[in-house]
Design a binder for this molecule. Structure first.
Ligand code: ANZ
Ligand code: ZN
Length: 810
């Protein structure tokens, strides 16, 4: 029918324009009070991890997830769902600020510029985003609600000021949360972080630790992401045991996960910062050494301090001893940096025979090593495994698990659960973030900004570079900082710390549901309809964004601001696209491929099909300029095959060969199932196989070709739309119902094999037509009814008549 050349540029431009003009991607909102229609349709909320618009623009790796979610969203729409598939910008934070400093422009200007660039790049790829719902975390109308959430957290006692030492990045010049570290280094810039005591705002995420773990079970997420969250939260069941310090009124609480080993404790260790150390000052005869040691360890990170195998250091507190509550033994007390102040109780009972770090320490300081669990060889190393108790008084002979409770009770201690998760350090000493909405008044203390005064707008400054003093650059803007106290009207000062870049992204998905609401962060009725997110597509962030967002969501649920307790029902984790050289795509390596160039040369449809065809979605794969030609040819061949569809709709019907009809139905089924399962590469292979067969035909029935176009459209929407219209349709293919397949026409690819023993029929079985000859013979021999006759005998010969029968000759 059509013999025109496939001109991707013309087609793609044309349809993008037509789609926009017709507004086909606008999401109808059945939950809004004005809506009259569509209320009965099911919904599907498809979400991408929204990008941070960097100065470098998009490279071809970025759209991979967006292409997948776009295909999925189109598929759902055609299957009768109301689809919400929005996009926005995560634009606060250090990267934006650093880009601005480097290029000497204001971060706001830089963000505007970068957003425009990103949007242009994305629009070239033909996504079905409803741009009316675009959000930007740096928009005052948006961050008003980020600040509102903070006020609610404050009101509920979940935001508090703390003076504990915080991770400080000397390069980024700001305090950081544990989640912002890569081991002992700043996740952004790779600098070793320091511990620095300073005032900071902290969110009590630990209050949600149990629920964050428990609710993972109900989520359709990759197991490795769930496991990463469980480990990050790090719940452990343990006990608090009290050790008396002899000749004093002081008790030391130690936290242990192995109370069963209490009889094997040979010394006690306190974190150098532990407050009991100061209380014992008068009794400690080597106080000078204590002070020197404290000064020395200030520079180390927690991870360094506790690393196994690291040279152990410590100082014995001369003049004091602790009493083991189960046998009244006197144990020396040390301070050592491998015990952390803010984990457990900041004090441990050391059991060198069964704990590796204690073992290393005991060896170095020549302390006794006493075996209390049978099973290892403690002359060589600590035995940390399971076993039976020994040298443990009346508990000897008991198993570890049982002994935990028994020994704890006997010692007068208490069972206790602890977590590895720390409260979320929430303040940054940088300019480009949401101002924390509180005011400090000398008389009233810390006063929340009244809700009616939100948003607290980020003021313009001349210099937004970090001050280096540990104060935000906002501290220098006097007319912004100096305010009246909302309570007493006296002189007061604004909080000058800003929020971390994870703040805005912890709730953004909710705002898409109701982006312009001025009275609430989201209307509850609308939220009830659209939430939770049905599929969330993105990578990384397992223990950062995905934990923070779940925490905030649960909080919002608790205060009645949302209807469900989990935000993301299903998570599809994507594997990244590397450069051709196998490295990460980066300006630094000069290996960046720009999607604009690919769209220009090959077309957006080719880019889309290529990225989905690179391999399983969750796998990492390297870009390859040569392979892109395959998908391009595939599209060209679809284009040409259209000429086999008769022009007249009344032309002969029912002549299609049966094999093609079968394959057609199989293809529709496979593509439908594969899109649902995010298996885009195998969906494309199946369509390619089907295309091969269509090409062998003289004519293709219109109905079949149209059915094919509809399942092809999510992958290559522009070319599909063009062909659809060429066939004389005047609807948009996006508004068409999905192709239905006929189960009755999907013939099984199996064969039935008869099995004879010495010529007599003994059984039959079914197997796939692809089963190898040897496999068929083996399957035949293994059938019980056959074995009955062959048991104990060696067959002389096994004959296989292809696809029909196996004869075992005895
Ligand atoms: C005695 C013991 C015997 C321990 C034994 C282990 C094995 P997780 O599982 O990570 O929670 N510990 C407790 N508080 C600590 C702190 N503030 N800094 C460093 N280490 C601390 O680890 C719990 C175990 O780590 C605790 O159990 C304690 O050592 C140590 F055979 O107590 B154990
Ligand atoms: Zn840094």
């Amino acid at each position: 029918m059509t013999n025109k050349e496939y001109d991707h540029k013309k087609i793609e431009q044309k349809w993008r324009w037509e789609w926009e003009k017709a507004g086909i991607y606008k999401t109808t909102d059945p939950a809004s009070p004005e809506a009259t229609q569509d209320k009965t349709k099911p919904k599907c909320f498809v979400l991408d991890m929204f990008p941070f618009p960097s100065g470098a623009g998009l490279h071809v790796g970025h759209p991979k997830g967006y292409i997948a979610s776009d295909i999925y969203a189109r598929f759902k729409k055609m299957n009768g769902f109301n689809v919400l598939h929005p996009m926005g910008w995560d634009a606060f934070g250090l990267p934006a600020e650093q880009y601005a400093i480097k290029n000497k422009i204001h971060p706001r200007v830089a963000v505007e510029k970068n957003v425009a660039r990103y949007k242009e790049q994305l629009s070239l790829i033909g996504f079905n985003y409803d741009w009316d719902r675009e959000i930007n975390t740096t928009d005052t109308r948006y961050y008003k609600w980020t600040q509102w959430i903070f006020l609610k957290l404050l009101e509920k006692g979940l935001a508090y000021e703390s003076f504990e030492p915080v991770n400080w990045c000397p390069t980024c010049q700001t305090g950081l949360a544990n989640e912002d570290l890569d081991g002992t280094k700043c996740e952004r810039c790779g600098t070793e972080v320091e511990k620095r005591p300073m005032r900071q705002w902290v969110l009590k995420i630990t209050d949600y630790a149990d629920r964050l773990i428990a609710d993972l079970d109900g989520l359709n997420w990759p197991e490795h992401v769930k496991e990463a969250q469980r480990n990050w939260i790090g719940r452990s069941e343990g006990a608090i045991i009290k050790f008396l310090i002899s000749n004093s009124e002081f008790l030391i609480d130690v936290f242990t996960t192995r109370p069963d080993t209490l009889f094997g404790a040979t010394y006690v260790v306190l974190a150098p910062e532990h407050e009991t150390v100061d209380k014992l000052k008068e009794k400690i005869s080597n106080w000078g050494e204590v002070l020197a040691y404290r000064a020395e360890m200030k520079t180390k990170t927690e991870i360094e301090r506790t690393a196994e195998g690291k040279e152990k250091t410590g100082v014995r507190l001369e003049g004091v001893v602790a009493i083991n509550p189960v046998n009244n033994e006197e144990l020396p007390i040390f301070i050592a940096d491998y015990v952390l102040a803010h984990y457990g109780t900041g004090a441990i009972m050391a059991v060198p025979a069964h704990d590796t770090r204690d073992y290393e320490f005991a060896k170095k300081f020549e302390l006794p090593i006493k075996e209390v669990i049978k099973g290892g060889d403690i002359s060589k190393e600590a035995y940390t495994g399971d076993g039976e108790l020994v040298n443990s008084g009346k508990y000897s002979g008991m198993a570890v698990e049982e002994a935990k409770k028994a020994v704890t009770e006997f010692s007068g201690g208490k069972l206790k659960t602890t977590y590895r998760l720390r409260d979320w350090v929430f303040s940054r000493q940088r300019y480009w973030g949401e101002p924390i909405p509180v005011i400090h008044c000398e008389r009233c203390g810390t006063v929340p900004v009244p809700e009616k005064d939100l948003p607290v707008k980020l003021p313009d400054v001349d210099s937004y570079e970090p001050t280096g003093t540990g104060e935000s650059p906002l501290a220098n803007i006097r007319d912004w900082v100096n305010v009246k106290c909302p309570k007493c009207r006296g002189d007061a000062k604004r909080e000058t710390n800003t929020m971390p870049n994870w703040a805005g992204s912890s709730w953004y998905y909710l705002r898409y549901i109701d982006p312009r609401n001025q009275n609430a962060l989201v209307n509850l009725e609308k939220e009830k309809y659209w939430s939770p997110v049905d599929v969330y597509v993105g990578g990384d962030h397992a223990t950062r964004h995905l934990i923070y967002a779940r925490f905030w969501h649960k909080f919002l649920f608790d205060i009645g601001a949302v209807n469900y307790s989990e935000p993301f029902k299903r998570l599809e984790f994507l594997g990244v696209i590397l450069a051709e050289d196998g490295r990460k795509m980066s300006k630094r390596w000069g290996n960046v491929v720009n999607p604009d160039d690919i769209v220009e040369t090959y077309g957006a449809d080719t880019l889309r099909v290529y990225e989905m065809f690179m391999g399983p979605f969750e796998n990492t794969s390297a870009w390859n300029m040569e392979s892109i030609i395959g998908p391009r040819r595939f599209i060209e061949r679809v284009w040409k095959t259209q000429s086999k569809v008769p022009t007249s709709p009344t032309a002969s019907r029912g002549k299609q060969n049966l094999k093609l009809i079968t394959l057609y139905n199989q293809t529709v089924k496979k593509v439908s199932e594969d899109i649902e399962g995010f298996k885009f590469n195998t969906a494309i292979s199946k369509m390619m196989i089907f295309l091969n067969e269509m090409e062998k035909e003289e004519t293709i029935e219109r109905e079949m070709f149209e059915g094919f176009l509809k399942i092809f459209a999510p992958f290559a929407p522009h070319v599909a739309e063009e062909l659809w219209h060429e066939l004389g349709n005047d609807t948009f293919i996006y508004n068409e119902p999905w192709t239905v397949y006929d189960d009755a026409k999907i013939v099984n690819d199996t064969m039935t094999i008869a099995v004879q023993v010495s010529g007599k029929l003994r059984a039959t079985f079914e197997t796939s037509v692809d089963t190898s000859d040897d496999e068929v013979k083996k399957l035949a021999a293994d059938i019980p009814e056959v074995k009955k006759w062959t048991e104990g005998k060696t067959p002389k010969n096994v004959i296989y008549v292809k696809k029909k029968l196996v004869n075992i000759v005895l």
